[in-house]
Design a protein around this ligand. Structure first.
Ligand SMILES: CC(C)(COP(=O)(O)OP(=O)(O)OC[C@H]1O[C@@H](n2cnc3c(N)ncnc32)[C@H](O)[C@@H]1OP(=O)(O)O)[C@@H](O)C(=O)NCCC(=O)NCCS
Length: 366
C-alpha cells in the first residue's frame, strides 16, 4: 500500500482528498475539456458523483494499491485539480492520470504535479509510469513531455468514447532510469502561432479546415500531382487533420494551412515531412486551391516556411520533389531559392500502374 502523505510539487502540493473538495470537483467536472478528454467520468457530473468520488472512488484506489491526490494550492489548501496512480498492472507498471480545474490552467500546475508524482512513484519502487492521452489532447501531450515522458507510438482503437465508439490513444512512458529531462519537439511552436509576410499567413492546419482542404485535394490539377494520384477519402482527411497537433509535437511533421493574410480564407496546404534529424533534412510539399493561383501565394509560403525552419530548427537541407513537367511548381521552387539536384527514376506512381521520374530540388541553410 502506498503512503497517504503530502507530496511537494513545486508551485503546488499533492495531498489526499478532503470532504470539502467536492464543490470544486463538481465545478471543474462541468468543464467541456474534462468531459471531452476524460470519457470515463460521468457527464453531466452531479453533486452525488463528486461525493461518491471523494468518499468511495478515491479511497478505493488507495486500497487497491494505487494513489489518488488532490493537486492543491499550498497557501490556501484549495483544490486545483486531481492526479492519480492506478494500482500496478500485471507487469508492475503504473498508469498516471490527471485533470486541472479550468481556473488553474496554463501555469504549469499539471506538469509540476505529474513530474512530482512520477518521481514519488519511482521512490516507492515503481520502474515504469505510463500515461495515455486522446489523439487531439495536445495540452496533455505537452504536460507529458514537460514531465519527462517519452511518446511510444500510437495505441489503435484503445480508447472508449462516450458514444460507444473507439479512438486511438497516444501512449507515453517515463522509466525510473530516464533522465527526466523535459522532452522538446524538433519542431518548435510558431512565434505567436503563425508566420506571415502580410500577404499570406501560415498556421497549423486543424480539423476546421477539413472541408476546404478536401475540396482542394479533389481539384483535378491537385489530385493528379498527389502521391498516389487520387483524392483522399474524406474520412482519411478528417482523421489526418486530427493528428496534426500530435505530429507537430512529436516532431514527425509540420502541417500548415496557407491563408490569405487579409481575409483569413483557406488558400492551400504546405507541409514539412520526411524529417530526418541526423541528416538535418526534411521534404517540403504543397498545394494551392485554384482560385488563389497566379498571385505568388505559394512562393511566399515556401519561402516563409523555409526561413522559419532554418532559423528555428537544426535543418540544413530542405528538399522537394516535382514531376518533370510540373512547370508551375518548378517556378515556385526557383523563386523560393531552390535549385535542381537530381532526377530519381520512376519514383512517382502514375495513373493505371504507370511510373514517372521525380525531379529533386534542394534549398540549403544560409
Ligand atoms: C491537460 C491539462 C491537465 C493541462 O493542465 P495545465 O495545468 O494547464 O498544464 P500546464 O500549465 O502544466 O501546461 C503544460 C503544457 O501544456 C500547454 N498547454 C496548456 N493548455 C493548452 C492548450 N489548451 N492547448 C495547447 N497547449 C496547452 C502549455 O503551454 C504547456 O506547454 P509547454 O510545457 O510546452 O510550455 C488541463 O488542460 C486539463 O485538465 N484538461 C482536461 C482534462 C485532461 O485532458 N486530462 C488529461 C487526460 S490525459
Amino acid at each position: 500500500m502506498l503512503p497517504r502523505e503530502a507530496v511537494p510539487a513545486g508551485p503546488v502540493v499533492l495531498r489526499p482528498l478532503a470532504d470539502d473538495d467536492t464543490g470544486a470537483i463538481l465545478r471543474a467536472c462541468a468543464d467541456p475539456e474534462i468531459v471531452r478528454f476524460i470519457p470515463t467520468i460521468p457527464a453531466p457530473y452531479t453533486a452525488d458523483d463528486a461525493r461518491l468520488f471523494v468518499t468511495e472512488t478515491a479511497p478505493g484506489m488507495w486500497d487497491a494499491g494505487g494513489a489518488n491526490f488532490a493537486i492543491a494550492d499550498p497557501a490556501t489548501g484549495g483544490w486545483l485539480g486531481g492526479i492519480s496512480l492506478k494500482a500496478p498492472d500485471v507487469r508492475g507498471n503504473v498508469e498516471i492520470g490527471y485533470m486541472v480545474a479550468p481556473w488553474a490552467r496554463g501555469r504549469g500546475v499539471a506538469s509540476a504535479a505529474a513530474r512530482a508524482l512520477t518521481e514519488w512513484a519511482f521512490r516507492q519502487g515503481t520502474h515504469r509510469v505510463e500515461l495515455v492521452t486522446d489523439l487531439e489532447n495536445v495540452a496533455s501531450q505537452r504536460v507529458a513531455m514537460a514531465a519527462g515522458f517519452r511518446r511510444e507510438g500510437l495505441q489503435r482503437g484503445a480508447g472508449p468514447l462516450r458514444d460507444g465508439g473507439r479512438d486511438d490513444l497516444v501512449p507515453f512512458a517515463r522509466l525510473a532510469t530516464d533522465s527526466g529531462e523535459p522532452q522538446r519537439s524538433f519542431l518548435p511552436d510558431l512565434p505567436g502561432g503563425s508566420l506571415s509576410d502580410g500577404v499570406v499567413r501560415l498556421a497549423p492546419i486543424t480539423p476546421a479546415d477539413a472541408g476546404a482542404y478536401q475540396a482542394m485535394m479533389e481539384e483535378p490539377e491537385v489530385l493528379i500531382r498527389s502521391v498516389p494520384p487520387q483524392a483522399p477519402d474524406p474520412d482519411d482527411t478528417a482523421r489526418r487533420l486530427r493528428c496534426t497537433g500530435m505530429w507537430w509535437l512529436s516532431g514527425e511533421r509540420a502541417e500548415l494551412s496557407v491563408r490569405d493574410a487579409g481575409t483569413g480564407e483557406f488558400a492551400g496546404h504546405i507541409q514539412l515531412m520526411n524529417i530526418v534529424p541526423p541528416l538535418g533534412q526534411a521534404m517540403i510539399g504543397y498545394s494551392l486551391a485554384r482560385r488563389f493561383r497566379g498571385r505568388g501565394f505559394m512562393t511566399r509560403a515556401v519561402d516563409l516556411l523555409c526561413e522559419w525552419a532554418f532559423a528555428s530548427t537544426p535543418l540544413y537541407r530542405i528538399v522537394a520533389g516535382t514531376a518533370p513537367d510540373n512547370v508551375p511548381s518548378h517556378r515556385v521552387l526557383e523563386r523560393a531559392g531552390f535549385t535542381q539536384e537530381a532526377v530519381i527514376k520512376s519514383l512517382l506512381p502514375g495513373l493505371d500502374g504507370t511510373r514517372h521520374d521525380d525531379l529533386q530540388w534542394v534549398r540549403l541553410r544560409g
